[in-house]
Write a new protein. Structure first.
Length: 581
């Protein structure tokens, strides 16, 4: 079987759009009332066209995609309108009519590959299941699985087909989902936030491959994303949604150069890759300033996982190989690099959650190496962490007040009355009303939950906060609010941050200094204004080139101000909504 056997061509007899949505209203039943999620939506997707729907969480993007193929949750209701997919009306259709469309006409690439893949089954068998739905069996199905993995850009597909999802990286798992979507030879692929949790370089490779396959095979693509920069780079047409309604749509050039709606302009301003016309403009320039004393210093830190006993055929894995870095007091030092480069391992060693194989870790003047758990514990008040996923980091059974005061209880700080007062004070600092104290995490949005996580980290008054991808799972507008909040808190409280991220555009917004990591090594480090404007390492240049939005930068009119003026503007941006003055 050759690659050409899998190429999908659209018969000449097929006419009209692959998707035609007219007057669509979708809502969710809560407490016997229908809450609107999509209102009066009109949307058509031509055959072979790439359409991107962008907007914040709750804008109706994913609801629209789910309504297309009848995958709304049990409380979801289509209350009006028409949805025609490849000539079939799906609004109100029975399951037996929808089932043949899934896979064969419409392929789905979900956001989270670990949710989209069965952890108990090998990758190849999961793709084969989709192949067999077309009537392909036996050795032919196995051969097609290998070919599909190869088409999705997976190296050594024979080996990967025998592996389980947990044995693959995030980028490889996402490629497996693309292969699964292609297995049914669909006419339309729906990609729902397919790269939001991936590194920028992996994101670029995934989207390059996905859009390339779409172009080659004549498939239509509906790309659901909150990132206007990604949409502008990839789509033939961009549809901007807000509160369930389409506020604007058009070609990327039109949307970027002449946005008509203020919400679209806000999304452009909030996207780091677009805010400065595709350029990375560091907010801080500390090249000519004296270096503050360090709050954290790592010197020649090495970490090997596994015994490394070659006599028994065991080989150790060198996660870190001589990492040295410094976090200046009152400033932000960023760790950037692809997945698996050692960023999180470095953070865990700095926090004392992992023990370095060798090297020195000094926190606030105290060497951590050799300290017992009991002797390390007082130092934990000085360093706190904010995780990537705020929902997973908060106990769903705890109220917001219980979550915030948990460190105070753990370190035996204050009494009941003072802890309650401290919780109210912290909510005020992160721009949330005191009425939220009695709410549960499920009652808050993603951005609000991340503010709670930041408030909890601030509770014991630390000197250093370690932030592990704190905004990668958030909408660009919410991401912008959180970055502003962190910057304001640093200025007001003198905090130091160790900021782990794969997104250099985000790093440029918040960091003073940076270490670029690759395969356990620091390949380049220094002031952000120096590293990002005059990169010396090829790996740094690759990361900078992968920032979304640069492919359409030529469409955006040049700013009259130079980079210095842009940085000065950033220093005087409006404060976050609700921040105390």
């Amino acid at each position: 079987m050759t690659a050409s056997t899998l190429v999908k061509t659209t018969p000449a007899v097929e006419q009209g759009p692959i998707v035609a949505i007219s007057g669509l209203d979708v809502g969710y039943v809560r407490h016997r009332r229908v809450t609107p999620a999509v209102v009066g939506l009109d949307l058509a997707i031509a055959r072979g066209e790439i359409v991107a729907i962008v907007g914040e969480s709750g804008s109706g993007k994913s609801t629209t995609a789910s309504a297309l193929i009848g995958l709304l949750p049990d409380n979801g209701r289509i209350t009006a309108g028409s949805v025609v997919v490849d000539g079939v009306e799906t609004a109100g259709a029975k399951e037996k009519m929808l089932r043949p469309l899934r896979g064969r006409v419409v392929g789905l690439v979900p956001q989270d590959p670990m949710v989209g893949l069965n952890p108990t089954r090998r990758v190849g068998s999961q793709i084969a299941e989709a192949v067999r739905l077309r009537g392909v069996t036996g050795a032919q199905a196995d051969a097609e699985v290998i070919e599909l993995l190869g088409q999705a850009g997976i190296p050594d597909p024979e080996l990967r087909a025998r592996q389980y999802p947990h044995e693959l990286s995030g980028g490889l798992r996402q490629r497996v989902l693309i292969a699964t979507a292609l297995a049914g030879r669909p006419k339309l692929i729906i990609a729902d936030e397919p790269t939001s949790a991936l590194d920028v370089t992996v994101e670029r490779k995934i989207l390059d491959h996905l859009t390339g396959l779409v172009r080659e095979q004549g498939i239509s693509l509906l790309l659901i994303t909150h990132d206007l920069a990604v949409a502008a780079d990839r789509a033939d047409r961009v549809v901007v949604m807000r509160a369930g309604r389409v506020v604007e749509q058009g070609a990327p050039g039109t949307i970027l150069v002449s946005p008509r709606h203020e919400y679209t302009r806000a999304l452009i301003a909030a996207a780091p890759g677009l805010a400065h016309g595709g350029r990375v403009v560091p907010r801080f320039d500390v090249r000519e300033q004296p270096v503050p004393e360090p709050v954290l210093t790592l010197t020649d830190v090495r970490k090997t996982f596994g015994s490394g006993d070659t006599r028994r055929g065991q080989r150790g894995f060198n996660a870190l190989d001589g990492v040295s870095l410094t976090v200046p007091r009152g400033q932000t030092h960023a760790l950037v690099g692809e997945s698996g480069c050692g960023k999180t391992t470095t953070l865990r060693i700095a926090l004392g959650l992992e023990t370095a194989t060798s090297g020195s870790v000094v926190l606030d003047g105290t060497e951590l190496a050799g300290l017992s758990w009991g002797r390390q514990r007082p130092l934990r008040r000085k360093a706190q962490i904010v995780h990537q996923n705020p929902f997973a980091a908060l106990d769903p059974k705890f109220t917001i007040k219980q979550s915030i005061i948990e460190p105070l209880v753990s370190f035996r700080i204050g009494d009941r009355r003072s802890r309650h007062a401290r919780a109210k004070e912290l909510l005020d600092q992160v721009a949330l009303p005191a009425s939220y104290l009695d709410r549960l995490p499920t009652e808050l949005s993603g951005g609000q939950r991340q503010r709670v996580a930041i408030a909890r980290a601030l509770a014991p008054s630390p000197d250093l906060i370690m932030l592990d991808e704190p905004v990668s799972a958030l909408d660009v507008s919410v991401q912008d609010q959180i970055l502003r909040l962190l910057t304001e808190l640093q200025a007001e409280l003198g905090l130091s941050y160790l900021f782990v991220s794969h997104d250099l555009a985000v790093v440029a917004e918040i960091s003073h200094t940076v270490s670029v990591m690759s395969r356990g090594l620091v390949v380049e480090q220094g002031p952000v204004a120096e590293v990002f404007t005059r990169p010396q390492s090829p790996h740094t240049r690759e990361l900078l080139d992968a920032i979304p939005g640069q492919r359409t930068a030529a469409l955006v009119p040049e700013r009259a101000e130079d980079d210095a003026d842009a940085g000065e503007r950033a220093e005087h941006r409006p404060r976050s909504p609700g921040r105390p003055r």
